[in-house]
Design a protein around this ligand. Structure first.
Ligand SMILES: [Zn+2]
Length: 497
């Protein structure tokens, strides 16, 4: 049997050997795994892909170079490692080894590498997100801690306030701190219930709020719930405000079931849930504090007012005398004291009964209150005895006496009825004394006023008498005693004669 090199090679070679001519057509083939029909007479570009890679390799080999590339068989999953080498006349010899298995292994490795990379990336993304979230949470927690601190600071300062007037500027300051770059106002519903008055504002643009409005002009007050005017309808008390920001909240202030007023907050940024809760909690605290101050004021009024006439009571009178004298010592001003007795008051009680007696006192109290100035202090310190403390630069013996005279005349015009009939005329005896003219301290002044009162009574009641200084009074009393002694002596002599 003849030895055929081509057959032997075809049996043993792992590679397919092909020869391409100058036109890149396969013209000769030694192979084991493929039918020659598949490669023979076909262009390199039709056999392998990418075609341009194969074409370039052939061209380089035609130019005399040895070239190695890896290409895929067109229309199949098979991969070949192709080694091109030059032959004469522009021909090229190619050895093609099937590397599909290795390629698949490489691909698998690349795929699992990619999967691993993806997994790692996903993990690291998750870790980054978690750390970002944690940072946000920490920031949020810091903000809440700061807000809680501010709120408790505000509450403790509010508790230390003496009256609501002190509380308002504090509220404005803390609202500005709790809601940075906000503006707003707090309005209080008056006793009449038909008007709400803006007591304090903060931030830029708050001057556009109506200073006084009807409670039903606010949707928050109308509905009894927090209302955001940026979501419509707009509260008409905000009508002067063109820019409502990102939120314009009206939250009614309610304490012990009573609506005290409304807190309006205008914000440049949208509130998150936590901030909305904060706004509600702060409003509750403000309402509670204002209700407490109102209650405290009412209790205080009860403790310093005479319930029958509404005038100040003896306790407050004593405090006021001390306070006003100390103030007058510093300022060098006078203080006037009108000590007033209701003439024959017992008569009203005895003749018409206590109800009429009380009516007389009530009418007198109302007359005193309406005819004194706001800073004067009208007091009822015993049954039918009164003391008016007059303060101010213009107080003089003349002005105090004139005021006393006015009160005396006004008292005579008071009309009180009993059983459809007018009771007798009300008259007053009034003693007028001034600091420092008639005494340097409380006791001396009150003694002087008392003496003047008795002088008015002695002279026939229904009149005003101005005090004299204690030293003058003592001198006069001594002179009177001497006069009396002289008269007594003279009469003794007469008797003796
Ligand atoms: Zn409103």
């Amino acid at each position: 049997m003849a030895f055929n090199l081509t057959s032997e090679l075809a049996r043993h070679l792992p590679e397919t050997i092909a020869v391409f001519d100058a036109a890149m057509q396969c013209v000769s083939l030694i192979q084991t795994q493929h039918s020659p029909m598949e490669w023979l007479h076909r262009a390199a570009g039709d056999l392998f892909t990418p075609a341009n890679v194969v074409a370039a390799a052939i061209q380089q080999a035609q130019g005399g170079a040895m070239v190695d590339v890896e290409c895929q068989r067109v229309g199949a999953a098979t991969w070949y490692a192709l080694s091109f080498a030059p032959l004469p006349n522009g021909m090229v010899i190619v050895s093609a080894r099937d590397v599909t298995e290795r390629k698949q292994r490489d691909d698998a490795v690349a795929r699992s590498h990619q999967e691993l990379t993806n997994t790692l990336t996903a993990h690291s993304n998750k870790a980054r997100e978690a750390s970002e979230q944690l940072a946000l949470k920490v920031k949020e927690l810091e903000r809440r801690t700061r807000e809680i601190g501010l709120m408790s600071e505000m509450v403790s300062l509010l508790q230390a306030c003496v009256d609501v007037k002190e509380a308002y500027p504090l509220l404005a300051r803390y609202m500005g701190k709790l809601f940075p770059s906000s503006s707003g106002m707090i309005a209080i519903i008056r006793e009449s219930r038909n008007v709400a008055e803006v007591e304090v504002t903060w931030g830029v643009g708050s001057e556009f709020n109506l200073p006084v409005f009807a409670p039903n002009e606010c949707w928050g007050l109308r509905s009894g719930r927090a209302h955001n005017s940026t979501d419509l309808p707009i509260c008409s008390h905000l009508s002067g405000t063109s820019d409502l920001g990102e939120g314009c909240w009206c939250i009614p202030m309610v304490a012990s079931g009573e609506t005290l007023g409304v807190v309006n907050v205008r914000l440049a940024v949208k509130l998150d849930d936590a901030q909305r809760q904060l706004l509600t909690a702060v409003t509750e605290q403000i309402a509670l504090a204002l209700a407490n101050l109102k209650l405290r004021k009412a209790l205080n009024e009860l403790s310093i007012r005479d319930p029958l006439t509404g005038l100040f009571n003896r306790r407050y009178m004593e405090e006021s005398i001390g306070r006003e004298l100390a103030r007058a010592h510093r300022s060098g001003e006078r203080v006037g004291f009108l000590m007033i007795d209701t003439d024959f008051f017992k008569k009203f009680n005895d003749t018409y009964g206590h109800e009429v007696g009380d009516a007389v006192l009530r009418e007198l109290g109302a007359m005193f209150k309406t005819n004194l100035r706001e800073h004067d202090i009208p007091c009822r310190y015993a049954g039918d005895e009164w003391l008016m403390i007059l303060v101010g630069k213009e107080i003089s013996p003349e002005s105090a006496t004139r005021r006393a005279e006015e009160l005396r005349v006004l008292a005579t015009r008071i009309r009180v009825q009993s059983g459809g009939q007018m009771v007798g005329q009300i008259t007053l005896s009034i003693g007028v004394a001034l600091f420092p003219d008639h005494g340097e301290d409380k006791d001396a002044i009150l003694r002087a006023a008392d003496r003047a009162l008795y002088q008015a009574k002695d002279a026939g009641r229904n009149q005003v008498s101005l005090a004299v200084a204690e030293s003058v009074a003592l001198m006069e009393a001594a002179e009177k005693r001497l006069e009396l002694a002289a008269t007594d002596g003279a009469s003794d002599e007469t008797v003796a004669a």
